[in-house]
Write a protein that binds this ligand. Sequence first.
Ligand SMILES: Nc1nc2c(ncn2[C@@H]2O[C@H](COP(=O)(O)OP(=O)(O)OP(=O)(O)O)[C@@H](O)[C@H]2O)c(=O)[nH]1
Ligand SMILES: [Mg+2]
Length: 402
Amino acid sequence: MEKLILHSPSIPTPTPQQQFLFHKSLFSSFKSRTPFHQTSSFLSFISSTRRNPHFQSLSNGDSELVDDEMSFLSLTGKPDRNMALLDDYESDELDLDSDPNHRSGYVALLGKPNVGKSTLANQMVGQKLSIVTDKPQTTRHRILCICSSPDYQMVLYDTPGVLKKEMHKLDSMMMKNVRTAAVNADCVLVVVDACKAPEKIDELLEEGIGDLKDKPPTLLILNKKDLIKPGEVAKKLEWYEKFTDVDEVIPVSAKYGHGIDDVKDWILSKLPHGPAYYPKDIVSEHPERFFVAEIVREKIFMQYRNEIPYVCQVNTVNYKARPDAKDFIQMEILVEKSSQKIILIGREGKALKLLATASRLDIEDFLQKKVYLEIEVKVKENWRQDEALLKNYGYGGQIRVL
Ligand SMILES: Nc1nc2c(ncn2[C@@H]2O[C@H](COP(=O)(O)OP(=O)(O)OP(=O)(O)O)[C@@H](O)[C@H]2O)c(=O)[nH]1
Ligand SMILES: [Mg+2]
């Protein structure tokens, strides 16, 4: 059964200033006061299952991971505001009779790798949903992050960084997911790194929204402003205002939450009036097993160097919730060569043990319960080129749920 990731209804949505002081969980009742930019922990609330309108039953030819009938979370577009969710959420959950001034809509986050898209998405939601590392190409999937207040609901799509060169089928499938993120967006945020020399964003826009007839309003976010002097920020701001075709430029520090208010105000001015798409306490729709695999992937990025993080695919093979015992989670890490497997496991299995421990601690923090974690490393030659496998791993715009 899939589970949704929820805010606790009893915890008020944080103001932007409070966001990076958002607390750990319903269950730990505000024990942790660590700002989320200082912790690697995933902050989340998990509720009991609800059927999701985007879950579809599919069967495809791949034998390795296929259950008899698999469920997939479709990420192809936004639901019809009036129809799709009503079957699944009670109208009072969606607050459909609410204030006619209520606004809601979809926001696509685009940018090159490593500019801080995921950091910004997490900051806006007030929870760590997307993994963040100092290495480029961390995000591989389109991650749905829902940011709600009594007056609005912003449904953000964090996307993989736009690549100049697509090396593998994986890259081209990731880029397709970037493009489709903007298709239904009510507005687009293009993130650039303030530390880098200013550069035109035409290619980025072309990649993200090039095919669209009606161009959505676009905001350029000059991120990491904390790393440069204020005078430099002003110069870069001016350059981007002059040389890019965007509606506005806002400097921010996603890591420290500066400027997030301004970004939200801008988004709000572009969102149409209408009721919420999702109940206000939901912050994402991806299933737990997805986040669990992402946590392991983040730890791989942190522990291993060079090409290793990029050749790893992490799958949750088995996930058994056990009310009276630790949850049982079986993961597999796929690499492309046996030499990579040797590195991943390390001498006498020490590296893998370290990885498993770091992952388990974060998973327990995320799920708010103890788990038994088993990780196996396997070789799957050229998995990054195998379209059927890649689809099965969720790169085709659909994520498998239990
Ligand atoms: N100093 C500073 N660092 C930041 C800021 N925003 C992000 N970072 C750092 O930049 C690095 C990349 O951040 P991510 O959020 O993973 O970047 P991304 O654009 O999602 O990267 P991909 O998923 O690879 O496309 C991480 O080390 C972040 O901590 C910021 O405002 N200030
Ligand atoms: Mg990212």
